[in-house]
Design a binder for this molecule. Structure first.
Ligand code: MG
Length: 391
C-alpha cells in the first residue's frame, strides 16, 4: 500500500467539468484606465472572486478569456489559483466563448460552465444545482423570478404588458454538456453577438433546464458597484451642537418631546441631539454641515421638526451607498434627567435612521454644575456615527 503517493481518485465522469470565464471586456470606469474585471472589489480583483469559486468547486481547467494586452494584469489578478489558463477573446462575447471552447476541444471535458466575470459572487450551491441538472439535460441555466410587473415600452409610452409568471431573469454560469455547446457555437448563425450561451444552445435545439439562481450573483454595474469598488467600507463622523434653554419653548430631544420647565430655542425645533447626529452623518460623508443643508436664513425651516433634517441626512448617506452602522450620542445637561426617556429616544432615532435600536446609544452626563451646561443655560450634545457600505 502506498496510499500517500497515489493521486486522489478521479471525480466521477458525469461530475467533472471545466469552466470558461469571460473577462475580455474593455469597459473602464470613468476616471480610471482599468477594465472593471481587474478593479479590486471587496478585497480582491473582481475576476478573482468567480474564478476562485469555480476552482474551489472542482472546475478544471478554468479558461479565462481576456483581451489582448491584459495578460499581465490577468495573471497578477489570479496569481496562485491552480488550473487557470488564459486565451485571447474575440471581438464579441460569442467569439470569446467559441475561442475558449475550441481551446478545450483537444482534451474535451464532459461538461463546461460558462460564466461572466462581471458576476463575482458565485455561490457553490448554484454550481452544484447546474452540474446536477446536466445528468438529465444537455444544458442548465440559473434563473430568478421576475417580481416587478412588466410594461412593454415604445418611444416612452407603455404599449402593453407581459405576464411575469412566464418570464425569468437569466444569470450565469450556464452549464452545458461540452460536445453539445461546442457544436452549437460552431453552428451559430444568429446575431454576431449572442446575448448568452443559452440562446446559442436553444438555436441548436438543445433542451435547457432552469435551476434556481441567486440574487448574490447579480451583475456589477458602473453606477452603484464601482462607487463601491473605491468607496471605503466604513466612514466615521462626529458632530457637536448647543442650544440655549429659554422660557416658553418646548423641549425636543432625539425627536421626542420631553416635559420640562423650559425648552431649547432655535430656528427649527432646536433638537440639539438630532442636530449633533445630523452633523456626524454629514461629517462622515464629507458633505458639509447642517447649516449648509438647512440654512437658518431659509424661512422654510422655521419651526421645522428636526426629524426632517435627520431623514434627509440618512437619505444622503443611502444615496452614497451607505447605511447607519451605529450612532453614539451624549447629551450634556444638568436637567432634565435623560434616563427615563432613553429607550424612547433610542427607538425614535432608530426609526429615523432606518436601523435597529441596538445600533443607537443615548448617553447623558452633567458637567458638575460647571460652565453653561452646569448653570442650565443651555444643552449640548455630541455624536459619533459610523456609516457602513451597504450590501
Ligand atoms: Mg443646532
Amino acid at each position: 500500500m502506498s496510499g500517500l503517493d497515489s493521486p486522489p481518485p478521479p471525480a466521477p465522469e458525469s461530475k467533472a467539468f471545466a469552466a470558461i470565464v469571460v473577462a475580455a471586456g474593455k469597459g473602464v470606469r470613468a476616471g480610471t484606465s482599468r477594465p472593471k474585471q481587474f478593479v479590486v472589489w471587496r478585497g480582491k480583483p473582481v475576476l478573482r472572486h468567480s474564478v476562485e469559486a469555480l476552482a474551489n468547486a472542482g472546475a478544471h481547467p478554468v479558461v479565462v478569456a481576456i483581451a489582448d494586452g491584459a495578460q499581465d494584469e490577468a495573471a497578477a489578478s489570479l496569481d496562485g489559483i491552480v488550473g487557470v489558463r488564459f486565451i485571447i477573446g474575440g471581438t464579441t462575447r460569442q467569439e470569446s466563448v467559441r475561442n475558449a471552447l475550441e481551446s478545450l476541444s483537444s482534451d474535451a471535458p464532459p461538461n463546461v460552465l460558462i460564466h461572466d466575470a462581471a458576476r463575482p459572487i458565485l455561490p457553490p450551491a448554484v454550481i452544484e444545482r447546474l452540474v446536477n441538472a446536466l445528468h438529465a439535460n444537455p444544458g442548465a441555466i440559473p434563473v430568478l423570478p421576475v417580481v416587478d410587473s412588466l410594461a412593454v415600452a415604445d418611444n416612452g409610452m407603455m404599449t402593453g404588458s407581459a405576464r411575469r409568471e412566464n418570464l425569468r431573469r437569466v444569470q450565469t454560469p450556464q452549464a452545458f454538456r461540452f460536445a453539445d455547446i461546442l457544436a452549437a457555437h460552431r453552428a451559430w448563425a444568429g446575431e454576431p453577438d449572442a446575448g448568452d450561451d443559452a440562446q446559442v444552445a436553444r438555436a441548436a435545439g438543445l433542451g435547457i433546464a432552469l435551476v434556481e439562481g441567486d440574487e448574490a450573483l447579480h451583475k456589477l454595474t458602473f453606477a452603484e458597484d464601482f462607487m463601491e469598488a473605491t468607496a471605503p467600507s466604513i466612514r466615521i463622523g462626529s458632530g457637536y451642537d448647543v442650544h440655549r434653554l429659554a422660557e416658553g419653548e418646548d423641549l425636543w430631544l432625539c425627536g421626542i418631546q420631553i416635559p420640562h420647565d423650559r425648552g431649547l430655542a432655535g430656528h427649527s425645533d432646536a433638537d440639539v441631539a438630532i442636530h449633533a447626529l445630523v452633523d456626524a452623518i454629514l461629517g462622515a460623508l464629507g458633505d458639509g454641515d447642517i447649516g449648509q443643508h438647512f440654512p437658518p436664513s431659509d424661512p422654510k425651516w422655521r419651526g421645522a421638526p428636526s426629524s426632517r433634517f435627520l431623514t434627509h441626512a440618512v437619505t444622503l448617506a443611502q444615496q452614497a451607498g451607505y447605511r447607519i452602522g451605529n450612532a453614539d450620542l451624549t447629551i450634556i445637561c444638568e436637567a432634565p434627567k435623560i434616563g427615563p426617556h432613553r429607550d424612547a429616544m433610542r427607538a425614535s432615532l432608530a426609526a429615523l435612521c432606518a436601523t435597529g435600536q441596538s445600533a443607537i446609544s443615548v448617553k447623558a452626563t452633567t458637567t458638575e454644575r460647571l460652565g453653561f451646561t452646569g448653570r442650565a443655560e443651555g444643552i449640548a450634545a455630541q455624536a459619533v456615527v459610523s456609516l457602513l457600505l451597504a450590501r
